[in-house]
Design a protein around this ligand. Structure first.
Ligand code: IPE
Length: 266
């Protein structure tokens, strides 16, 4: 039985999928990360993954985030959720074959939102999983919404929500850059990552970077920061790391010093 506070690991869509492709999973990276998670021997862990080239293009195609305007969109909602279960299946494959006792918890079956914000999530089963030493795995998903009919729930909102609710020890955010940058490092090659930010500095950074020019329905890097701020406000430390590089996930989980952006309240 685990009494330790959980660590929450987010695996961004750009880490586990090729965002330029269509339904393109990066299976080698997924396997490497599963191995690193196993080796980290983390006592209490929750994994949340993103949608990448599975969830985002499908959600965009049917306008799922903006809510239900026509009944025909219901098929698009089902398809968006379905492609997420396919991606989740690939992640679960890697985790289980690396002997991690992981269990998939499907957000669309247990989360309701109100205008895009989580309004219902019964975490009893998730808590029980943690107590028994299982690793719950959740993901950004298409979810039913009290006002909109349905919408897209980002993995980042789930991460912050769970971190605050379960008083997480820390959050490790795996992305495909070496942390949080002043400017988009894929556009500006001279841009450098921030090493450490407090809450006040993070809010300034958020104001500075506009929405990244991506096809993400959940808002790119600025959206990511906005979602994560409540967890920082609750005093939960966080590190944004490059999960496409060897051993960063493992070391991020074990708390070894690695490159990346550390974010703390004060
Ligand atoms: C998006 O989740 C899920 C869907 C589009 C259905 P995220 O917003 O967490 O995904 P990434 O990490 O940005 O790809």
């Amino acid at each position: 039985m685990s009494a330790a506070k959980p660590i929450i690991l987010k695996l961004g869509g750009s880490v586990i999928t090729d965002k330029d492709g269509e339904l393109a999973a990066k299976t080698e990276d997924i396997n490497r990360i599963a191995e690193e998670i196993k080796r980290s021997n983390t006592e209490s862990l929750i994994i949340v993954h993103g949608g990448g080239s599975f969830g985002h293009p499908t959600a965009k195609k049917y306008g799922i985030k903006e809510g239900m305007k026509t009944p025909e969109q219901k098929l698009g909602y089902a398809e968006t959720h379905h492609v997420m279960t396919v991606l989740n299946g690939l992640i679960m494959d890697a985790l289980v074959w690396h002997e991690i006792p992981s269990l998939s918890i499907t957000p669309s079956s247990c989360v309701l939102t109100d205008n895009g914000r989580i309004s219902h999530f019964d975490e009893t089963v998730l808590q029980k999983c943690l107590e028994m030493g299982f690793v719950p795995v959740l993901y950004g998903d298409a979810v039913l919404d009290n006002k909109l009919g349905f919408t897209v729930l980002s993995g980042d909102q789930l991460v912050a929500y769970l971190a605050v609710k379960l008083k997480a020890e820390k959050i490790v955010i795996g992305v495909d850059t070496d942390g949080l940058y002043e400017a988009d490092p894929k556009v500006d090659k001279t841009a450098k990552p921030y090493l450490k930010l407090n809450l006040e500095q993070l809010k300034k950074v958020q104001a500075k970077i506009g929405k990244a020019q991506t096809i993400d329905v959940t808002g790119g890097m600025a959206g990511k920061i906005a979602e994560l701020i409540p967890a920082v406000e609750a005093g939960i430390p966080m590190q944004i790391i490059n999960a496409t590089r060897n051993l960063r996930v493992q070391r991020g989980l074990t708390g070894e010093r690695i490159e990346g952006t550390i974010i703390e309240k004060a």
